[in-house]
Design a protein. Sequence first.
Length: 50
Amino acid sequence: MDEKKYKTVEGAGILSLVLGIVTICCGVASGVLMIISGARLLSTKKDMLF
């Protein structure tokens, strides 16, 4: 009976770890894309006329 509880807790811990790693990777990727997009906007700033 105790082993079943242990496996449930272990599974939840592994899932949390995997979700944390995926969240960090997505955050880093979106940050890089935002920096690239901002750099493109800044490089074309002189050509824009409002």
